[in-house]
Design a binder for this molecule. Structure first.
Ligand code: 48F
Length: 279
């Protein structure tokens, strides 16, 4: 009956019959299956910016069960826009091998400075992270943490981002994780939640989130990867969240530190998991 409504074109493909309800069931069942599968993980990463994606890749590649929760529709955080919407990023010498590992094309601008396309960089980070086995849940916001005996963080409280956007009163759900990584960027949201809920007890000079300092790219990049440690029992940080938590300078559109920090936090998390398991 509807065949006459479809204009006749030169045929390139023969399209088989499709049923909308089958499509809907396929999406719903496979999503729920994975949501349940990742309700208990080794590492839960909050934020899918460059540092969170790099951390997810390096963790998953070690066979560590990793979930990433991203509040926005798209992953990549602040990387898409390069510097002031010129969609190029700069990476210094020390992180060039990470670009190579992800297959991101980079050209040397001047000795020690490599330039890459930010769209290619985000796409490669995301693709390799997912292919390594990390599961990214976008459109989900982390609104709280779960704390158990000995004041250890043992999971995340999650809700659809649309719930807070629409200001709806809907209770969240919870996932359990052996470690949590705050990769939420400048806001260091998970660390701020912890101090708001249980006081100034982070492993910083003040116990609080100190807040990032003004722009000084070199110092910001150096401090970011200078020391990797737990911020609180069960909680690690990576990327700009580290600069915000410990009060280091911001660094703008240089992204080597973000990638190195993601790799570094993955190493630290792997060591802690081994130690906690008595290995
Ligand atoms: O901001 P973002 O890109 O953090 P990053 O990985 O990289 C920082 C650089 O982009 C740039 C820079 C380089 O020198 O300064 O800013 O440290 O990515 C953070 C991601 O976390 C998400 C947010 O939407 C973004 O994609 N996010 C933030 N809070 C939450 C969250 C939350 N509560 N729940 C889920 N996702």
């Amino acid at each position: 009956m509807y065949a006459c409504l479809i204009p006749k074109k030169n045929k390139v493909f023969e399209v088989s019959k499709v049923d909308e309800v089958t499509i809907s069931k396929a999406i719903t069942q496979s999503y729920i299956k994975e949501l349940l599968e990742f309700m208990e993980v080794d590492v839960a990463i909050v934020g899918a910016g460059p540092s969170g994606l790099a951390a997810g890749y390096y963790l998953a590649r070690k066979g560590i069960k990793t979930a990433i929760y991203e509040r926005r529709l798209s992953v990549g955080g602040g990387m898409w826009g390069g510097g002031m919407m010129f969609n190029k990023i700069v990476v210094q010498n020390e992180a060039k091998d990470i670009l190579d590992e992800f297959g991101i094309t980079a050209t040397e601008y001047q000795e020690g400075y490599y330039v890459a396309d930010s769209v290619e960089a985000v796409s490669a980070l995301c693709y390799r992270c997912v292919k390594a086995g990390a599961r990214i849940f976008n459109l989900i916001s982390v609104e709280d943490v779960m704390i158990r005996e000995n004041d250890r963080i043992t999971g995340l409280v999650i809700n659809w981002s649309a719930v807070s956007l629409a200001n709806l009163h809907v209770d969240p759900l919870v996932i359990r994780s052996k470690l949590v990584i705050d990769a939420t960027g400048h806001d260091a949201e998970v660390c701020r939640i912890v101090t708001r809920k249980i006081g100034n007890r982070l492993d910083t000079k003040t116990g609080n989130v100190i807040g990032e300092k003004p722009m000084w790219a070199e110092v910001g990049e150096k401090e970011l990867v200078a020391e990797a440690k737990q911020v609180f029992s069960g909680l690690l940080a990576t990327g700009m969240a580290i600069n915000a938590v410990f009060g280091y300078p911001r660094m703008g559109a240089i992204f080597g530190g973000m990638l190195m920090s993601g790799k570094q936090v993955a190493e630290l998390a792997a060591d802690l998991l081994k130690k906690n398991a008595g290995g």
